[in-house]
Structures are given as C-alpha cells and as structure tokens.
Design a protein around this ligand. Sequence first.
Ligand code: IPM
Ligand code: MG
Length: 355
Amino acid sequence: MTKRLLLLPGDGIGPEVTAQARRVAERLADLGRLDLAIEERPFGGAAYEAQGAPLPAATLEAALASDAVLMGAVGGPKWAAAPRDLRPEAGLLGLRRAMQVFANLRPAICFAPLADASTLKREVVAGLDLMIVRELTGGVYFGEPRGIATLPNGQRRGVDTQVYTTGEIERVARVAFVLARARRNLVTSCEKSNVMESGLLWREVVSDLHAREFSDVRLEHMLADNAAMQLVRAPTQFDVILTDNLFGDLLSDEAAQLTGSIGLLPSAALGAPGRPGLYEPIHGSAPDIAGQGVANPVAAILSLEMALRWSLGRPDLADRLSAAVSRALAAGARTRDLGGALTTAQMGEAVLAAL
Ligand code: IPM
Ligand code: MG
C-alpha cells in the first residue's frame, strides 16, 4: 500500500533541512521496501509570496489527503509587517487546527556524546529522556474572544481567552498516559490551578481520567512555574510532561535547550487514530543562517523518524533511522551548532552512511 508523505519546506532553513530528510526518506524506502510517494507544496512565507496566502487551499488539501506531513520551518523578519492573518505563523496555526492534531509530542533527549554541549552541567543533563505532550489546538492560541479594541477613553485593550473543555483535556491526557506506560510510567501534569479556572478544570479532569482508566500510571501535578524551575534544577526527574498549549510552548523551548542543541529535536502532532500526523523540527526558520547550508538537518531527519513510527506504520524503519543518527553523532558528525564544521548536506550524508 502506498504511503503518502507531504513535505512543506517553508521558510529560512526549512528547505535546506527538509531536502536532507527527503534524501533519507528515499533511501529508507529503498532499504525497507516502503512504497512511499513524496510530494512537496508551498507553505508559510514562501507560499504567501508566491500565492498570497501562507496556507494555500491546495496545500491544505494535500495535507489532509496524506498519511504524514513533514514541515521544515515557517516565518522570518521579512513577514513581520504582513497582515496578521497572512503571516507564516497563521498558516501553521491554521494547518494544526484543520488537521485537528491536538497532541504535540516534543521529546527532549540528551544524546550521550553531546552531554557537554548543554549550557547546563553534564551531571544535570546526562541521561535526560523526557517527552512533553503539549495540547496543540486549543487554549489561548485559539480561544474567543480575542482582538485589540479601542476604548471610549482612547486607550486600547488587547484580549486573549484561555479556554478548555473536558473533552479537549481528556483526549490529550489520554495520549500522555498511554505514552507513559511504554516509558517510565510517570506523568507530570502542569497548569496554574492556583490562579486559573481553566487550570483548575485541567487538574480535575486529568485526575478523574487517571482514576478511571490509568491508575497503574504514576500521576503528579505540578504548577507550571515550578515545572519551569524543576526543568533546569533536576530535569531527569521527568518522564512525560502533560501541559496546555501556551505552557507547552514555553516549557518545550526550555527543555530543548537542556539537550545542547535545538537543532536535534523533532516533534510530532497527532490527531485521532488514522488521521495524518504533522511532523516538524522544534527549531524555527533561523533567518540568520538561512541560505548558508550550515543548518543542522538532524531535527528534520528525526521528525521523519517520528513520522515512520506514528503515521507511516513502520516503527522498524524508525528504529533503524534513530540508531543511524546515534551512530553518526557517536562517530563525531557535527554541524556548526554542535561545534563542528559539517554542512547541512554533509550531515545528511553522515546519516545516510550510518544507515
Ligand atoms: C512552536 C512555535 C509556534 C507556536 C509559533 C511559530 C506559532 O513557537 O511550534 O513552538 O507558538 O506554537
Ligand atoms: Mg514555540
């Protein structure tokens, strides 16, 4: 059966890193007898420029018809002044919403040969292997009302709404509990139930679901500000961190830095079973190094690894790919972000050689 992989290279270093992921995908398809149809579509600022919209209708259609979508990166200073609903970020939020990918898996793993690349001490980050499960299609990112209005007294007033329903909390919490069972069996649920109503509901719903269906999993509740501190104090205490859209955005950037390079970390956004997943590196479009061929393609390549595991039905090839990446790193393959001198293409070749 043919599996369809849609590439959305996007902006900045996005096209450079997805080109390497594509080479790896083609090689793996050959090696593993995977019937893979790869397509590319415009997305983000590039699509805004070419077609006047960051998420063209044909791109969305192709995404919904695929098995997995692998995105590079979107955004950049070039589009800072574009109308808000036409900015690259709006395209990304629109894609997440349309694909209904409510559970965002963001691993933070400290690869043994890179334990000294973190700004934290080796003994704090060595052995780190945590997974953030971020709610991705609700909360303050999408809540209504929102907007900026001018008041009668001339002042302006900006509003965003943090809102969650029982169903939205339960479906993402379920993903976290199921993942934990296959890991170290611990879920740390983070919110601000001490000040926020939606946080209080979050805690109650997670506790109820835990009691009903997942009492074999250890559940801890932690206030999100404390979680931010614990992540730099003792990050290896965590296994699965379950949190909302905004706190997940912040905590996942913090967790990424623990590992030494944001250039290594992939992510997966999953919806209901059988629906296509959206895969993307955690890093952004890095306009400062775009076009130089020096970006690290490993995050994009590991995003392909997650796609093989969660959407393309080939966990065996995912295992093979992740072993190849580890071997390439252990053998000393390093792009500039890791203190090395390999180009983007050479790093891709190092992974291909390890495969
Ligand atoms: C992320 C990014 C996005 C977000 C931006 C680009 C809209 O920071 O994926 O973490 O805030 O979700
Ligand atoms: Mg972010």
